[in-house]
Design a protein around this ligand. Structure first.
Ligand code: HEM
Length: 274
């Protein structure tokens, strides 16, 4: 099963070029949806105006420092999902992110290079497709049922749906149907068409979902690091409680020498008081 190219099996009973055409339309939908999102929300205009403003107010950051910040952003924030403080959320994100990259890459290779003949597909591609799909499913079902705040902290049912769930939900439904379709023979039947429908919702839904965060977040993470380096820090406090300067600023005399773990109830105990 994991060595068969499922697109070659389904492709045998579909018109020539159908699968390739579908993938091209989905790529166009992501590009157009992301551009529409940027223009409609004015997010890029706001982002660059804010960045120019912060650069004008802060210290000058040299070329060498900017290069080092770019490397840290790529390695820590993008490749290692370093912005997540919660370890479980971070692992789930890493599974979802790397799984999706493997799954999408293997899909593109199998559809464009090998969908006409099942036998000629090098077995590495179906294997990567399965590994990627299973990583997405483990990461996203774990997130959906156990990690996300609505369920783990607010006590809502995992089956309650809101519009903000569009990205996670359409991705998980699309990959679940892909796996069921491939595991049950990969024919161009009902499950296949449902899989294409869920995939279309995932990619056409870009303007209404957080799909495009995978393009925006690296820029935002870079900007966050630059704003810390130039001292503006997005107007957020930079001192921690163990910093003597911060302790001096405390409004209550009594709390100036308070132990460091005092008042951090939110970190000691998960919020489950519903
Ligand atoms: C294939 C690429 C990616 C996929 C499939 C993906 C998937 C997801 C999912 C499902 C969530 C919601 C889960 C959660 O909030 O814990 C999420 C959130 C998040 N992702 Fe990604 N992601 C991708 C790429 C990236 C990249 C490149 C970054 C770069 C820094 C990033 C940063 C974040 C952050 C900071 C959040 C949490 C904050 C928020 O909800 O906006 N992601 N991602």
């Amino acid at each position: 099963m994991s060595s068969v190219n499922p697109f070659a099996v389904a492709g045998a009973s579909l018109p020539d070029g159908f699968l390739q055409g579908f993938v091209v339309v989905m790529v166009i939908a992501v590009v157009v949806g992301t551009l529409f999102d940027i223009v409609h929300k004015g997010s890029a205009r706001y982002f660059f105006a804010n960045m120019r403003n912060a650069r004008a107010k802060g210290r000058k950051v040299g070329g060498g420092d900017l290069a080092s910040i770019a490397v840290k952003t790529a390695v820590v924030d993008v490749l290692a999902s370093g912005e997540f403080c919660n370890t479980r959320r971070r692992i789930a994100h890493l599974l979802g992110m790397y799984g999706f990259v493997l799954y999408a890459l293997a899909t593109a290779v199998m559809v464009f290079c090998y969908s006409n003949s099942a036998d000629s597909t090098p077995p590495i591609w179906p294997a990567l497709w399965w590994i990627g799909a299973l990583m997405v499913l483990v990461g996203l079902y774990w997130f959906w049922f156990f990690i996300r705040v609505d369920v783990s902290a607010e006590g809502h049912s995992p089956f309650r749906l809101v519009k903000a769930d569009l990205f996670v939900l359409s991705l998980v439904v699309s990959v679940t149907l892909a796996v069921i379709w491939a595991a049950t023979g990969a024919r161009a039947g009902v499950v296949f068409w449902l899989y294409l429908l869920a995939t279309a919702v995932l990619f056409v839904g870009v303007p209404w979902s957080k799909f495009a965060h995978m393009f925006f977040k690296p820029a935002a993470a870079f900007d966050k690091r630059v704003s810390r380096a130039n001292g503006t820090a997005e107007n957020l406090p930079t001192q921690t409680r163990d910093d003597p300067e911060q302790q001096k600023r405390h409004s209550m005399e009594l709390l100036r020498d308070a132990p460091m773990d005092m008042g951090l109830g939110i970190k000691r105990e998960a919020p489950r008081h519903y």
